[in-house]
Write a protein that binds this ligand. Structure first.
Ligand code: NAD
Length: 482
């Protein structure tokens, strides 16, 4: 049923080949505000014929867009960034309504997304090749970079604006066309980004935005020879599944998958300051962040103080509807996530973990779970091995450097890792020894548009953003002229 909040929510649809399409007889699925559990919109699903139209548009759009000089492409992407900034408050509110995260966070995400488009606007013009020294007189040996081709991109709900921005920005900056499937949980944010691109002058067909049953869409798109690259952010099992589909057509992949980030806290730090940073990072988007700190390893000398300090902060964290400015944390995205967290905590308790704060659902309606702190959690607990993706800090103690490094690296994940220390020597060592694509030393800030974002081990491969993000959408061609 429509609600007062729903009246400010966006119209939903598909965007294919430059045309906005509504339900018009298509199957639809409800979009739910996770803070209220109310239906705020009906999302049309693309039919197989719609997907074929999107593929044809991407094929045609690629021919057009690759012929637009990078300088001109950059102007359109730069205008997109400006429009995102102009519409910041409206987009942030929409994202909060459908993703649940606090309005403070979605405002930051909007700015981050504009910065990403600006970065790719500029970096696209630096897709340099090189000229090699001759081995024979009168020859020219040139290495050039070309766009890889139409990209199929799949973004999750946890960064409903930022994730589409990263994927679309990289593809378009490199001269590729893109078929984007944002998450069905958060469709309006992806459409808002698309609207900015259209209003900035993006030619028809260069970008399409589709929704539906994720597996039906990815299977359909990846079976087409038109798609030359797949970019996915989400869970490891889905990433592996998509890589198998991509392998059939030898398509390039960028996989940004799950993590289980360790945080090493040594005994030489300012404990209160580090606690403030840790709680803020942990409860950001209710822990539904791929680089969320999950396993806190704290030196035994400061362990009890750290656990108590974390628990106090967790108990005082303001939780509620993300649209309410006073709330720092919103709900989880859907009932499935709530059930997953409940099951992980139950298992940890059965394995002997101590619940120092939270450990239960909060009020309903809404998929709220209390900011939680678990201490002394044995490695056999599932939460020590599976990505929690929820507002749970797991804190264990350590006594020596080598064993904590071994604990930090023991999982098959390798997305982010963090360490806090005042020792310059240790800071250098942890940066080198933690097995992760991104390491934060004395900071949780590990992502700017200029920096490569991506993991190692089962956390995926390839980078988004940075010069590596552009390179991932380019192919190398060697031209030998006699
Ligand atoms: P899920 O695995 O069902 O879905 C995760 C994302 O993948 C969603 O956006 C979904 O639309 C998409 N997806 C699922 N199957 C797909 C397919 N066959 N083809 C294309 N896209 C597909 O999980 P969920 O319950 O929505 O989210 C929970 C888990 O997902 C978490 O445990 C976490 O590991 C992972 N996740 C990771 C990130 C990240 O930033 N790396 C973001 C969101 C979710």
């Amino acid at each position: 049923m429509a609600t007062q909040l729903a009246s400010t929510y966006a119209d939903l649809g598909l965007f294919i080949g430059g045309a906005w399409l509504g339900a018009e007889g298509r199957k639809t699925s409800p979009v739910i505000n996770p803070a209220t559990e109310e239906v705020i919109g009906q999302l049309p699903h693309a039919t197989p014929a719609d997907l074929d139209r999107a593929l044809a548009a991407a094929d045609q759009g690629f021919r057009v867009w690759r012929g637009v000089f990078p300088d001109q492409r950059g102007k359109i992407l730069k205008r997109t960034a400006d429009l995102i900034r102009e519409r910041a408050e409206e987009i942030a509110r929409i994202a909060t309504m459908e993703a649940g995260k606090s309005i403070h966070e979605t405002r930051i995400e909007v700015q981050m997304s504009a910065n990403i488009f600006e970065w790719f606007a500029e970096e696209g013009r630096r897709a340099y090749g090189r000229v090699l020294p001759q081995r024979t007189p009168g020859t020219r040996l040139a290495v050039i970079k070309e766009p890889v081709g139409p990209v199929a991109a799949f973004a999750p709900w946890n960064f409903p604006i930022g994730n589409p921005a990263r994927k679309i920005g990289a593809a378009l900056g490199a001269g590729c066309s893109c078929i984007m499937k944002p998450a069905e949980e958060t469709p309006a944010s992806g459409l808002a980004v698309a609207r900015c691109l259209v209003d900035a002058g993006l030619p028809p067909g260069v970008l399409s935005v589709v929704y539906g049953v994720p597996n039906d869409i990815s299977t359909h798109l990846l079976a087409s020879p038109i798609i030359r690259k797949v970019s996915f952010t989400g869970s490891i099992p889905v990433g592996k599944h998509l890589m198998k589909l991509a392998a059939e057509g030898m398509k390039r992949t960028t996989m940004e998958l799950g993590g289980h980030a360790p945080v090493l806290v040594f005994d030489d730090v300012d404990v209160e300051k580090v606690l403030d940073a840790c709680a803020t990072a942990k409860y950001r988007n209710a822990g539904q962040v791929c680089v969320s700190p999950t396993r806190f390893y704290v030196h035994e000398k400061i362990y009890n103080r750290f656990v108590d300090g974390f628990a106090t902060r967790a108990k005082n964290w303001t939780v509620g509807d993300g649209l309410d400015e006073k709330n720092k944390m919103g709900p989880l995205i859907h009932a499935r996530r709530l059930a997953a967290i409940e099951s992980l905590i139950e298992d940890a308790k059965n394995c002997g973990a101590n619940v120092k704060a939270g450990g239960a659902r909060l009020r309903s309606p809404g998929y709220f779970y209390a900011p939680t702190v678990l201490s002394d959690v044995p490695n056999k607990a599932r939460i020590m091995n599976e990505e929690p993706f929820g507002p749970v800090a797991v804190i264990n103690s350590f006594s020596d450097y080598d064993s904590v490094i071994q604990q930090a690296n023991r999982l098959p994940y390798g997305l982010a890792a963090f360490a806090f220390t005042n020792s310059a020597h240790r800071a250098k060592l942890v940066g080198e020894q933690l097995e992760a694509g991104m390491v934060g030393v004395n900071t949780f800030a590990i992502s700017v548009p200029e920096s490569p974002f991506g993991g190692v081990k089962e956390s995926g491969h390839g980078s988004e953003e940075g010069i590596e993000g552009l390179e991932a959408c380019l192919v190398t061609k060697f031209i030998s002229e006699a």
